[in-house]
Design a protein around this ligand. Structure first.
Ligand SMILES: [Fe+2]
Ligand SMILES: [Fe+2]
Length: 168
């Protein structure tokens, strides 16, 4: 079993991943409203992926013999007013998730909980990829600078994203 302190931090992480899923789904709604269906599908796929992350932490807590005590899930913030703003919101959220996983890793080290390391290192690698892929779209939308033809082209380009990441 993990210490109560570490289990609490994992439970908070489950809620954070679910909040992240929730926020991506709200961003999908923004893109549905604006008929940018490629970005809508990108955001839906990301919402699914965040739910998978929550389940991965959930399973770990249960497998360790601790209790999964799910807390409240924060709602999404203010809706975006542009495609660029939507992806900037996503990038800021990913950076705070990364920070949270780094803190979990530091806590696991303090508690000498070596069983946590492979899981948290998987997540740290995942966060590098997510920040890079969201950051790339932010850069592309900055180049587009609100030009409708460029935004539409990027919408089409990002429509083809694979739906759900494999669990391991
Ligand atoms: Fe996540
Ligand atoms: Fe993420």
């Amino acid at each position: 079993m993990m210490s109560a302190r570490l289990a609490d931090a994992y439970n908070a992480q489950i809620s954070l991943e679910l909040a992240s899923s929730h926020a991506y789904l709200q961003l999908a709604a923004y893109f549905a409203d604006t008929s940018l269906t490629g970005f809508e599908s990108w955001m839906r796929a990301q919402a699914d992926e965040e739910r998978m992350h929550a389940l991965k932490f959930f399973d770990f807590v249960l497998d360790r013999g601790n209790q999964a005590d799910l807390g409240a899930i924060d709602g999404p913030g203010e809706p975006p007013t542009s495609a660029l703003e939507a992806f900037e919101i996503a990038l800021a959220a990913e950076r705070s998730v990364t920070e949270s996983i780094r803190n979990l890793h530091a806590m696991a080290r303090e508690e000498n909980d070596a069983a946590s390391y492979p899981l948290l290192e998987w997540f740290l690698t995942e966060q590098v990829e997510e920040e890079a892929s969201v950051g790339e779209i932010v850069d592309q939308l900055r180049f587009a600078d609100g030009n409708p033809a460029a935004v539409l082209m990027l919408d089409r380009e990002h429509a083809g994203r694979a739906h759900v990441t494999p669990a391991e």
